[in-house]
Design a protein around this ligand. Structure first.
Ligand code: BJW
Length: 250
């Protein structure tokens, strides 16, 4: 069983953080769990429990049954639009102001970091509120996610698809290079609310460690990163991040 966070932060972690110049933060679905947005794996529950993530979040799934994939995304979009940022999101936005360089790399597609006031946000897996043409050669720009009757591109008539990164697809080139650069050059990297199982995002903490950075994991559960992380704080991010912010302000 992972050791739970008892409200105390290691003094050496706080000392290190106070002197850090370059901070990178990698977030996953757990950060939004306290806003009522199901984590990626929890989103495969209820009506969707007989599907595997690859059955709904892959180009093959979309080619086979676009209506089913759109229905799943419309359900999740409804949840994210109804949700509000939680204390973890707000603490990250406040922490950004304390460091000369602060890069928030998120696997989340829900815009909750931006809605909490975070500014330097790199979206690694896209954004659920937008759609794009499924024809890679089409010049059409991103549009708001469509209602059912409008699911074809107005320029080339190809099906519109959610503006997210599915299994087997490359991450947006610019976002991935910014993430690699942030991981390679940071003094400290936080990995928060992610199962650390989906690559290439899951490689970023390893990259930071290999360059000598301190890596702090915040997650109530153990992940493949836990054993390697310099510090593992086992509690919800909505508890740990405000505590971290408060401790830095003392
Ligand atoms: C809390 C909490 C609280 C709960 N507080 N915490 C090695 C290298 C490179 C690639 C691969 C590789 N091995 C395999 C691959 C392929 C694949 C992959 O990683 N598969 C794994 C399953 C093994 N990767 C890919 O396919 C990627 N593409 C790629 O590699 O392309 C190569 C290429 C190059 C050039 C040309 C072509 C191709 C793409 C990955 C895209 C992932 N997309 C998704 C869907 C996005 C859209 C959507 O949202 O629908 O992204 S999948 C899904 O997983 C989603 C998430 O962003 C991502 C990560 O999930 P996350 O955020 O970690 O969520 P959960 O639910 O897994 O975990 C939540 C955590 O929160 C848990 O740990 C809880 O304990 C915790 N938690 N409450 C803090 N209150």
């Amino acid at each position: 069983m992972p050791e739970a966070f008892n409200g105390q932060l290691a003094p050496e972690l706080l000392r290190y953080l106070r002197s850090a110049q370059r901070v990178a933060v990698l977030t996953g679905a757990g950060v939004s769990a306290e806003s009522g947005v199901p984590t990626f794996r929890d989103a495969m529950t209820g009506l969707w429990s007989h599907y595997r993530p690859e059955d709904l979040a892959s180009p093959e799934a979309f080619a086979q049954n676009p209506a089913l994939v759109w229905d799943w995304y419309a359900w999740r979009r409804g949840l994210t639009e109804a949700a509000a940022p939680n204390p973890g999101h707000y603490a990250l936005a406040a922490l950004e102001q304390r460091f000369p360089t602060f890069t928030l790399l998120t696997q989340n597609v829900d815009s909750l970091h931006q809605r909490a006031g975070s500014q330097n946000v790199v979206e690694l897996h896209g954004n659920i509120s937008l759609a794009r043409c499924s024809n890679p050669a089409c010049p059409a720009s991103r549009t708001p996610a469509p209602i059912e009757a409008e699911r074809s591109c107005t320029i080339c008539s190809a099906p519109l698809r959610p503006n997210v990164v599915w299994f087997g697809e490359a991450l947006p080139k610019d976002a991935l290079s910014m993430a690699i650069q942030a991981a390679e050059t940071c003094d400290i990297l936080f990995s928060i609310g992610t199962s650390s199982m989906v690559y290439p995002a899951a490689q970023l903490p390893d990259l930071a460690l290999s360059r000598g950075a301190v890596v702090v994991e915040i997650n109530p559960d153990q992940t493949p990163l836990t054993a390697e992380a310099t510090y593992a704080l086992h509690a919800p991010s909505g508890v740990v991040l405000p505590a971290l912010l408060a401790a830095l302000q003392v």
